[in-house]
Design a protein around this ligand. Structure first.
Ligand code: GLU
Length: 463
């Protein structure tokens, strides 16, 4: 069997977005499931839209997520040449020449104004959507030659009339489009750069890509790509179009929506656990057979079967994302967290602190913020203590023994017995008076972490 090869081919137009990351991840999981290769390739021929550092940022963010391509511009397989389209222009030109020689493509000399005119005429004639008409342009041989000499032409693929382009989509099943609904389209622009549809076919073919998983916005491109495969007599890969990712209201995610963190970089900067995002993204449009949600890399690779790719849009649920992060934070090794929080305290203290606070934190930043409670302890709080007697009773018991978690716990227990209180009525006065916070982790641990001096100073105030 042929080695499975998938690819992620972003344009370096910005940071790694959730949608791009999901596409990359699904291609990665698919390839790895079949013990194949995952390729990273750059579509950088839309020069005006490229941003400086776009490629590096994409690769760095993927690496942070744990997605390391087998081949990329930085790690190319020599057999396949360059991995940036801008470096493959001579390859595209050769293929174009072949198509021109076989009369399967032709030079279209229309200026933008002439094209616009043709478009308008069709509109007035109520033709539903624009189809380029090769015979529309009437210019003299002389004018044609002039435009030819000045490279004033684009190249269009000549489509056969009334043929059907069909493919069996991994996600949606059979899809068919008639060539008459497409019309001859541009494969090379007048500036000598290939169009997306053309370059992607040449690259996928030459890099022996076997499966293409990409967003459903590309469904309308696929028949055009099939036409190119057919003209060149190349086998097409298997396509699968992933459904859109929406916000909770069911609207397609818009990069302009500032209320949602949509870039992997945002999550990285806030100290989310990369594996949590990896796992969360894997469920945006896919489910595992046994409905299991928390899965390791190895499990995801093992379980990733394309039959379970979803046909309906997937909601980007930030609450769920937080839940995932918390599950992973709990499982993260204390030392790994300690190495990221820059704590000035002893190893023993750090161990207890992290072990206590990681139980409910979604991000490293949250843990860092909690550390501030101890590195710069408050002097006072505006919070009112609901019942002073609780505080006094607790303090009197606390003073009886040594300052340890067990004895703090014991003092709370004795206070409970003595005053016959429980729940909030018991804990809130003690929590506010000792930690000067309304919320926090396990009370005895939170108190212990402050140390005897601070706690005694705070509690003696109420005697
Ligand atoms: N550069 C295209 C994109 O960002 C790649 C499309 C494809 O995978 O064919 O969507």
């Amino acid at each position: 069997m042929k080695t499975v090869r998938t690819r992620y081919a972003p344009s370096p137009t910005g940071y790694l977005h959730i949608g791009g990351a999901r596409t990359a991840l699904f291609n990665y999981l698919f390839a790895k499931h079949f013990k194949g290769d995952f390729v990273f390739r750059l579509e950088d021929t839309d020069v005006a839209r490229n941003v400086e550092g776009g490629e590096k940022s994409q690769l760095d963010n993927l690496a942070w997520l744990g997605i390391i391509p087998d081949e990329s511009p930085l790690n190319p397989n020599k057999k396949y040449g360059f991995y940036r389209q801008s470096e493959r222009l001579d390859i595209y030109q050769k293929v174009i020449n072949k198509l021109l020689a076989k009369n399967l493509a032709y030079k279209a000399y229309d200026t933008p104004e002439e094209l616009e005119l043709q478009r308008k005429e069709q509109e007035e004639a109520k033709i539903a959507s624009f189809r380029y008409d090769e015979n529309w342009l009437k210019i003299s041989d002389e004018e044609r030659k002039k435009r030819d000499d000045n490279n004033q032409y684009s190249i269009r693929l000549r489509l056969k009339k009334n043929v059907v382009y069909a493919w069996n989509d991994l996600v949606r099943g059979k899809i068919e489009v008639n060539s008459d609904d497409i019309g001859d389209f541009v494969i090379m622009k007048s500036d000598g750069y290939p169009t997306y549809n053309f370059a992607v076919v040449v690259d996928d073919h030459m890099m022996e890509i076997t499966h293409v998983l990409r967003g459903e916005e590309h469904i309308t491109n696929t028949p055009k790509q099939l036409a190119i495969y057919e003209a060149l007599n190349w086998d097409m890969p298997i396509f699968g179009h992933l459904t859109i990712i929406t916000n909770m209201e069911g609207k397609k995610l818009s990069k302009r929506d500032k209320t949602l963190k949509q870039f992997i970089e945002d999550y990285k900067n806030e100290g989310y656990q990369p594996h949590a995002i990896f796992n969360f993204l894997s469920l945006l449009g896919w489910t595992s057979k046994d409905s299991k949600e928390i899965m390791s890399h190895a499990e995801l690779i093992e379980n990733f079967d394309y039959e379970r790719l979803s046909k309906s849009p997937s909601k980007f649920d930030i609450v769920k994302m937080e839940w995932f992060s918390k599950q992973y934070m709990k499982k993260t090794d204390n030392q790994e967290i300690i190495s990221q929080i820059n704590s000035p305290f002893s190893a023993e203290w750090n161990e207890l602190f992290v072990d206590t606070y990681k139980q409910s934190a979604a991000t490293i930043n949250e843990i860092k913020n909690n550390l501030l409670i101890y590195t710069s302890p408050k002097k006072e709080t505006n919070l009112e203590i609901p019942n002073l007697e609780v505080v006094q009773t607790f303090f009197s018991y606390l003073k009886e023994g040594s300052f340890s978690i067990e004895n703090i716990q014991l003092a709370i227990e004795k206070t409970k017995q003595k005053l016959n209180l429980k729940g909030k009525d018991l804990f809130m006065p003690i929590r506010i008076a000792s930690t000067l916070e309304e919320h926090g982790p396990e009370l005895a641990k939170a108190i212990f972490l402050f140390g005897k001096e601070i706690i005694f100073e705070r509690l003696s105030k109420w005697n």
